[in-house]
Design a protein around this ligand. Structure first.
Ligand code: DHB
Length: 287
């Protein structure tokens, strides 16, 4: 799947991602009201990945429903709409509107590492997270996926809270809170000072999160974080993910990264004598 936040705005780009092999699309997060986002610079590019602080820029759900409807007329793969809010009611209202416009599932962004009063401020607190998941589940019949933050002491506790509240699946992980400083100006590079780290550097962190969550919950886990090639994808499946998302690797490898991952995965399954991806989900937990 395409991970949320990368090229997740418009139908034309969704189509080129599907041509590149994406099996599902997750949109950039959308809220109840339009949001401008932060001033530039919003991205730091480094060898180990990206640090970004966009500030959840989006047109608001009432405008974004047009994009969802248009995408649904052409897309042949599921469209998952990422939603955020400043309260449980807001999450529910955005999710309901997204579903009514045709979303095949909603992914709750309860894990953006730096926008105040939303994101990880919700997803780091099991009680608030429970309330959000319950409210959304009460108004949406399509699957509800909670995207979890690694910026917590025990992600498996948060995963369990989301499962108990009724989440149908989990995405692990969102970005890791991070920053970079310009040595010449002696100032933080990002206008927001801190942002979220994605890409190569977070892969081992994400993998460990998926592994720990798999030990605790029964609902499917979608692995996300630094997946760049088929071996990364296989590692996540072995750790317990039933599917994976790719985001940052598109910046380095282009949209065909999805095909190179699925081809490599197919070859691996055949070489190892497996009939289906399902046979390797969680296999590294064998005792
Ligand atoms: C933003 C949102 C995220 O969920 C994230 O992980 C990083 C950045 C943003 O819009 O700034």
């Amino acid at each position: 799947m395409l991970a949320s936040g990368i090229l997740g705005y418009a139908t034309e780009t969704f189509e080129s991602l599907v041509e590149g092999g994406a099996g599902a699309i997750v949109t950039k997060s959308v809220g109840l009201k339009p949001r401008k986002g932060y001033a530039n610079p919003t991205v730091v590019q480094a060898s180990y990945g990206l640090i970004n602080a966009m500030g959840l820029p989006n047109s608001g759900i009432d405008e974004f429903v047009n994009e969802i409807r248009e995408a649904k007329t052409v897309l042949e793969v599921p469209l998952i709409v990422s939603v955020y809010g400043y309260s449980a009611e807001e999450y529910a209202s955005v999710a309901r509107k997204a579903e009514a416009a045709g979303a095949d599932a909603v992914e709750l962004n309860v894990s953006c590492p730096h926008v105040k009063e939303t994101g990880s401020e919700i997803g780091q607190n099991p009680e608030i997270l429970t309330e959000v998941v319950k409210r959304v589940k009460a108004v949406v019949s399509k699957p509800v996926i909670a995207k979890l933050s690694p910026n917590v002491t025990n992600i498996e506790d948060i995963a369990e809270a989301a499962e108990k509240a009724g989440a149908d699946a989990l995405t692990a992980i969102n970005t890791v809170k991070a920053m970079a400083i310009d040595t010449e100006t002696a100032k933080p590079i990002l206008a927001n000072k801190v942002g979220g780290l994605s890409g190569l550097a977070v892969k081992p962190i994400a993998l460990r999160c998926v592994y720990d969550i798999y030990e605790r919950v029964k609902i499917p886990i979608i692995g996300c974080g630094g997946i760049t090639n088929w071996t990364d994808a296989v590692e996540f499946l072995l750790a317990g993910a039933s599917a994976v998302q790719i985001g940052t690797a598109i910046a380095t490898k282009g949209t065909s990264v999805f095909k190179s991952v699925t081809r490599g995965l197919d070859a691996y399954l055949e070489r190892k004598g497996f009939e289906s991806v399902n046979e390797i989900v969680g296999l590294s937990h064998r005792r």
